[in-house]
Design a protein around this ligand. Sequence first.
Ligand code: AMP
Ligand code: MG
Length: 343
Amino acid sequence: MNTELIKLTVTDGEEKYVKAAELLRESQVVGIPTETVYGLAGNAYSPEAVKRIFEAKGRPQDNPLIVHISEFSEIFDLVSEVPETAKKLANEFWPGPLTMILPKSDKVPLCVTGGLPTVAVRCPSHPIARTLIKISGLPLAAPSANLSGKPSPTKAEHVYKDLKGRVPMIIDGGECDEGVESTVITLAAEKPRLLRPGNITLSQLKSVLGEVEVDDAVLNPLKAGEKVSSPGMKYKHYSPDASISLVRGDYKDFCDFVNEHNDGETYAMVFSGEGEGVEIPFITYGVDRNYRELSHALFDSLRYLDEIGAKRCFVRCPDESNDDNLAVLNRLLRAAGFKVIDV
Ligand code: AMP
Ligand code: MG
């Protein structure tokens, strides 16, 4: 399949969207920019489109997709009830990087939800994603536009590398602002529960809802036979080819530890301005204590390790006592397959 890569800017007129919207109406899939990461979009009402999404990514069928809408009012087509909590969260954080899980309506096919009775819904803020939803007139099911298991794409070139020849079109809208996927909260459980941390932080959610539980799977591997609230949590995720280890400890101990691995194939990933004490090759991923900077750089840095042929990488662990770092920690733990080294 030929993959067309088209560049769009926020000032482009609707005529530039016609071909992508046509493809979506024909149950084809299109790689699109959002403010979180690039998504692989298809008509959420079309089982044929949904099948194509799973096939292009190589995604396990039981890992449900998030459905994207352009206005809050469109949620009523997708879910069977809209509780007050959902209205409050939407009022505060939509459009933006927050996904809510609610009981699904009959219109949403089970293939979108991985067979679950609930559906994940998000209203993105990215102008290109919103315009495409509006012009196509469709709710768009869109998981991250990477090959399943790889780091999520934050640039169109990442999508092209993973999905070239597997999808008919990728829209290049520049680099994603956030860099990590949306925060996922379920409102279909007894109490609101955070299933996946993102840049809408736990404290922001608590400021609207009061109490919010944090699912065990956010920071811990699944135990054998454990029932999973969010099927995506059970799969290997965000992994570059290089073997990642998260290293916990202060800067001096980190340097002493990594400097013992000066073999030419091992890299360190440190906070900006920390290169001085590191004697092995290193890359940086933003300023410690600025979770937005870390999350913005994270996946691009993980993909860069593959580009430079790193075999192994020791990553400086962000401050675990700060809940704002939950999103970066959650992704790093999965990229590392939960390998954590205390120094
Ligand atoms: P991605 O589309 O790659 O950003 O992944 C979507 C995430 O949302 C995965 O972790 C899914 O398991 C989660 N998700 C989607 N729908 C549901 C649902 N109905 N219930 C629980 N988790 C969901
Ligand atoms: Mg994903």
